[in-house]
Design a protein around this ligand. Structure first.
Ligand code: HPA
Length: 236
């Protein structure tokens, strides 16, 4: 047990699929996992472990933002011997080239966050996903015939910004979309010599006026989840 996770060590799989929202973790377990059980409920940050096509997988929520995913990913890697964390989240598009519900596989993320500097003095402003994990995720997307866009993104500390400088971030760092967690997750994986990746579904756009039905949102989310779970079957 850790301060934030009550699961027994043997109840956490080597690969963790990590949505932000605890109810999404519940949905994934109920929809896709066989013989799943609830292994964490501290602060309602639900975690379930079960089998996907005979591969043991844990699905655990991260909460929103870098401090939150920073805590859970660090504890999973360091104290539960987790090898792979695949974040599955949503993002806001910075370019008209992205449509609502497009699925992005993150290559690298830029952030102005102080997370890495505070964590271990690292001054990097770009963090990279694990190449082996991205390789298997890309392969899984091809197996399932689901299109993904491999892209750089922006990991922001702030959702409601008065300072709307996203065009500068798009131009300087090639960030096509914005979310709030990958930078801390990738940093923790680097520090602890583990693997991290991030799949994102475009849920809104800063440059296009678009609306979606609940059904469309759910479908897009399931595409991303199926890619993440399929890639988990390829990992050790
Ligand atoms: N900004 C930050 N995080 C997000 C967004 C956004 O526009 N959309 C989904 N997650």
């Amino acid at each position: 047990m850790t301060p934030h996770i009550e699961a027994k060590k043997e109840d956490i799989a080597k690969t963790v699929i990590m949505p932000g929202d605890p109810l999404r973790a519940k949905f994934i377990a109920e929809t896709y996992l066989k013989d799943y059980k609830l292994v964490n409920n501290v602060r309602g940050m639900l975690a379930y472990t079960g089998n996907y096509k005979d591969t043991k997988v844990t699905v655990m929520a991260s909460g929103m933002g870098m401090p939150s995913i920073g805590i859970y990913s660090y504890e999973l890697y360091k104290f539960y011997d987790v090898k792979n964390i695949i974040r599955v989240g949503t993002c806001g598009a910075y370019t008209k080239d992205l449509d609502l519900f497009d699925v992005i596989l993150v290559n690298a993320c830029y952030s102005e966050s102080s997370y890495a500097k505070t964590q271990n003095g690292c001054n990097d402003e770009m963090m990279y996903a694990s190449s082996p994990l991205n390789f298997y995720i890309k392969e899984a997307s091809e197996d399932l015939n689901k299109h993904i866009t491999i892209a750089n993104i922006h990991s922001s500390d702030v959702f409601y910004k008065e300072n709307d400088n996203f065009k500068d971030i798009y131009n300087k760092y090639g960030a096509l979309a914005c979310e709030m967690e990958s930078f801390a997750l990738f940093h923790n994986a680097n520090v602890l010599n583990k693997r991290a990746a991030c799949l994102l579904t475009v849920s809104d756009s800063l440059v296009k006026d678009c609306k979606a039905t609940t059904e469309e949102r759910q479908k897009a989310f399931t595409d991303m989840i199926e890619i993440a779970l399929e890639s988990a079957t390829k990992l050790c």
